[in-house]
Ligand binder design. Structure first.
Ligand code: SF4
Length: 342
């Protein structure tokens, strides 16, 4: 019996869990961000169009009668393809899976701005209607420090191209990416750029420093001071406060965030978000530590779970044990727990 093969890349956005995955590129065309290990050791390449088209038909044969609402194009940047090749792939995809309502991809600002507005519109018309943008920060200082290889100007231009073409846009922001040194610039620049772009969705992540990265090196040599969990929530409070005129979704879906209940729609839920963060920040330090440890050890999902006395007491016993055994500063322990999550 012959086997059906088609390539699958190593990553996809969490929201694409049920999507058809088709790999157009391998790795990331930049691969230099100081905090990132997603495509470590993988050279970037654009897959030959004929191979991608063969994969599409192999996926069709593999999934037999299964239908898909959405498809995600892997890996790091489908916009690195020649426009005509990308259109060819999208047309084949729609031919094989005519039921698709959404086709999405990561897109780097630097590559998207090389396309003309007319090319972006043609890509949208061929079906690519959703864009994931790893903006991470809107501060030029932070983007430079992290070697992101993009600028607020290029991010804004690419977002304008994408939105003018009709694409929906989900933008990722990383709390703590400026460390203590650039925290203010990080939040001010990010809020300013988000207000200019008004993406359809903002997804919040919290910085965890992976050992062995360039970021880890500058943490070790004292050039970058990571924020504590509390400080990242203070950053988030500032960020939300500064968002103005935003009309999209706002989400803390990733488990690395402490307050995963901060999900909703702007501006409707802005005050609720601020109240929830404020509620956390007004708690005693001991209760804040209890909640953070409870989140990291999977006792709690949201702040309201602290009202469960049984859970609260179990977490408190663990917190007391850590503090009695003097296993280290509690913020350092939270830092290590966060590191283990990536
Ligand atoms: S552009 Fe994205 S995938 Fe590429 S190195 Fe930077 S963070 Fe990683």
């Amino acid at each position: 019996m012959s086997q059906i093969h088609f390539q699958q890349g190593p990553i996809r956005p969490p929201s694409e869990a049920d999507s058809l995955l088709i790999r157009t590129t391998q790795g990331c065309p930049w691969n230099k961000c100081k905090f990132c290990t997603l495509f470590e050791g993988m050279a970037f390449s654009i897959r030959p169009v004929e191979d991608i088209k063969r994969d599409i038909w192999a996926a069709k044969a593999f999934y037999k009668n299964r239908t898909f609402d959405s498809c995600f194009l892997q890996d790091g940047d489908s916009f690195a393809m020649e426009t005509q090749d990308l259109l060819d792939v999208l047309n084949t995809l729609k031919e094989a899976f005519p039921e698709l309502k959404q086709i999405s991809s990561y897109g780097r600002a630097q590559t998207m701005t090389k396309k003309s507005p007319a090319e972006m519109k043609a890509i949208y018309d061929a079906g690519l209607n959703m864009l994931y943008c790893g903006m991470e920060s809107g501060s030029i200082e932070v983007l430079k420090l992290m070697k992101k290889g993009i600028t607020p100007k290029s991010i804004l231009k690419s977002a304008e191209y994408a939105k003018q073409a009709g694409m929906k846009m989900m933008t990722f922001i990383i709390l703590g990416l400026g460390g203590k040194e650039l925290s203010e610039q990080h939040i001010a620049g990010t809020a300013k750029l988000l207000n200019q772009i008004n993406p359809d969705e903002i997804r919040i992540l919290s910085l965890a420093v992976k050992s062995g990265t360039e970021l880890d090196e500058i943490v070790q040599n004292g050039q970058f001071t990571p924020l504590t969990e509390r400080e990242m929530l203070e950053e988030q409070y500032q960020l939300i406060s500064k968002l103005d005129g935003m009309t999209g979704n706002y989400g803390n879906y990733h488990g690395i965030n402490v307050l995963t209940e901060l999900n909703g729609q702007l501006p409707k839920d802005k005050e609720t978000f601020l109240r929830t963060i404020d509620h956390f920040l007004q708690m005693s330090e001991s209760d804040q530590n209890n909640f953070i440890l409870g989140r990291r050890t999977h006792y709690y999902a949201t702040l309201s779970d602290m009202r469960n006395q049984l859970m609260y007491d179990s977490v408190q016993r663990e917190l007391d044990r850590i503090q009695q055994q003097k296993l280290g500063d509690i913020d350092d322990i939270f830092y290590q727990l966060r590191q283990r999550m990536i």
